[in-house]
Design a protein around this ligand. Sequence first.
Ligand SMILES: Nc1nc2c(ncn2[C@@H]2O[C@H](COP(=O)(O)OP(=O)(O)OP(=O)(O)O)[C@@H](O)[C@H]2O)c(=O)[nH]1
Ligand SMILES: [Mg+2]
Length: 316
Amino acid sequence: MSISLISGILENDTNSISKAITLIENDKEISDSFFNTLHEKSSKAIRIGITGPPGAGKSTLTNELIDTCLANHLSVGVIAVDPTSPFSGGALLGDRVRMNKYLWDNRVFIRSMGSHGDLGGLARKTQEAGDVLAASGKDIVFFETVGVGQGEHDVIKTTDLTIVILVPESGDEIQLMKAGLIEIADLFVINKSDREGANRLSSLLKNILHTFSVRKEIEPPVFNTIANQSEGVVELYLGIQNQINTMKEMGLFDKRRLNRYRNRVSDLIRERLETKFWTKENKIFLDQTTLSLTAIKSAPIMIAKQLLEGSSHESI
Ligand SMILES: Nc1nc2c(ncn2[C@@H]2O[C@H](COP(=O)(O)OP(=O)(O)OP(=O)(O)O)[C@@H](O)[C@H]2O)c(=O)[nH]1
Ligand SMILES: [Mg+2]
């Protein structure tokens, strides 16, 4: 990793930011000192996760929030996680269109990161990309994901604040409970509030949250928006600021960041240990001892133990 790349990032040079994220995405060897420098410079940015079902209006709302941030003199980075799912056919194209809108504006940097069906390491990579954007001086970094899979949830868990977007048509209790949305949300948005059922959904949600708040330190507020008409966006923006301030006052903000830091350390350890563990020999051993279901004569724990104890090598 060259010194010019890091200084380019710190000077908010778009090419350097882009290049660094590509290196991270492609798992290229990057020096520890690079990450150390990023770390020193990346604590100021607020990281906000935006998640919700496919087509809920996440991108439309993020765009609105970008404009509101800019109007309030805040620069913005966006990492849009494309889960390469059948739902998100239009997502990449849409993201390209909005990237073009800000092409000449270095207060905004938008990037899609694909998981290419392999969710391993996605949360780490998006965090590192977030570090790059934070170190480039962005005040706010949005992480936009479709709230479907575990990998996307892992991404959301790495943020300072999580916004869950729902739409009237997704509006039954089961939907809300599904995928642990209530657990991860700090703030809810009912988008497409021009549609029927929006009020019903928001009262239902508020009721559920009230019951849940016994277990949560802060009851998540609920906002109604019509993102494609820019309605409710300023209120949401103020609500986000307010929520962050409350979290800071209660010490929850720092607590969450500390947890996130610890989780990053353990995730890195897990990833490195696993990479080191799966040598060619160990992979061959697993394949050979599990050639077919009928060939398997012992419980998984027996194979795992042999692998861990290294006795697998002798028996190949
Ligand atoms: N009626 C209505 N349509 C909206 C609203 N907000 C967004 N849309 C439309 O809903 C569609 C999907 O919006 P997106 O912003 O692409 O949704 P998304 O959640 O990013 O979608 P994926 O990334 O594909 O999951 C677009 O056609 C938007 O114009 C709204 O408040 N009301
Ligand atoms: Mg989208």
